[in-house]
Ligand binder design. Structure first.
Ligand SMILES: [Zn+2]
Length: 320
């Protein structure tokens, strides 16, 4: 008989990490990975999920923790698991200084450590959609744990709601905070919509569609094909066409002010026109998808953005 196991993640799965996400996502845009990692000792345990895991262990099914958390905090992690009396039968952590994507890291550990094991279920954080897809492709049942849905103001009240989404997928949504009067409404709201995986697939499709449209428009404009990875090119197509739409607005503005500007200061205006022309040509020849992503992401389709883009590039080229 094949031995059955349950595999479980740590961050965002049995450890609720919202209190330390501000080290990664903040207004300053600075990712403080060391502090994010060090604060794991203050995580609240996802007790209702731990109950489920305990039931599996009581039925003789080992629970293996496979986590993308760095083994740099292995001692702290083991102490935390002991502190909260969380039973498990194995703990695999990310080797220090290893930055492999979660799905490759976890798939590698699972394939190496448990070859031929029958995986009864994998519990994973809902932001690891690639892990969810990996499981689905292998017919491994996967349950995703969403981020906290409560206000997080207090850590005393905790509920783990089983939500069957409109797409029929089931996800577990932790709720904690002092706003428990709204939790049922929120759970109903979540149930009315698709799960995170289906949402992401929908967004992928939309992005693909937008990119295809952008590629057609680029061809109509006579722009050369972009170069880079499939994903970079797909992303950059939309960015590039958006930038050229903004440049169209600059062209239109030039026609509008041309007569007057020529009268006021012909030399200056000639320089401006020349520089805009050279910069636009340079942009037309830019085929590096990564360049477009790095320099033109967020360029808005308006005159000011078009002018800012041109002057930035012109400066880079030494045209101003
Ligand atoms: Zn779904």
């Amino acid at each position: 008989m094949t031995k059955e196991i349950v595999i479980c993640g740590l961050d965002g799965v049995i450890a609720l990490i919202e209190h330390r996400l501000h080290f990664l996502h903040n207004d300053e845009g600075v990712k403080q990975w060391d502090r994010f990692l060090a604060a794991c000792v203050d995580d609240m345990p996802n007790l209702p999920l731990i109950d489920r895991l305990n039931q599996a262990r009581a039925a003789g099914v080992p629970v293996m923790i496979v986590t993308g958390r760095s083994a740099a905090v292995r001692a702290e992690t083991v102490a935390w698991l002991r502190q909260w009396d969380i039973g498990y039968d194995g703990l695999w952590m990310r080797p220090p200084e290893n930055f492999t994507a979660a799905v490759r890291l976890k798939a590698g550990i699972i394939e190496q450590q448990f070859p031929g094991a029958k995986i009864r279920r994998i519990y994973e954080a809902s932001q690891h959609l690639a892990v969810a897809r990996w499981c689905t492709e292998r017919n491994i049942p996967v349950t995703l744990i969403a981020p906290n849905q409560g206000n997080g103001a207090s850590r005393e009240q905790l509920d783990l709601k089983v939500v069957r989404h409109a797409c029929e997928h089931v996800m577990l949504h932790p709720f904690y905070g002092d706003d428990d009067f709204t939790w049922d409404d929120r759970a109903q709201q979540l149930a009315a919509g698709p799960c995170r995986v289906c949402q992401a697939e929908e967004q992928d499709k939309e992005r693909q569609q937008k990119s295809d449209e952008a590629r057609l428009l680029a061809r109509e404009r006579g722009l050369p094909p972009l170069e880079g990875t499939v994903r970079q090119v797909e992303w950059a197509e939309s960015i590039r066409i958006n930038a050229f739409n903004a440049l169209d607005k600059v062209q239109k503005w030039m026609h509008q002010v041309d007569a007057q500007a020529r009268q006021e200061d012909p030399d200056h205006w000639q320089n401006v026109c020349h520089s805009i022309h050279r910069t636009t040509e340079w942009l037309q020849q830019q085929t590096d998808a990564k360049w477009w992503i790095d320099h033109c992401r967020g360029v808005r389709n308006n005159l000011d953005s078009g002018r800012a883009l041109l002057s930035g590039v012109a400066e880079q080229l030494g045209l101003f």
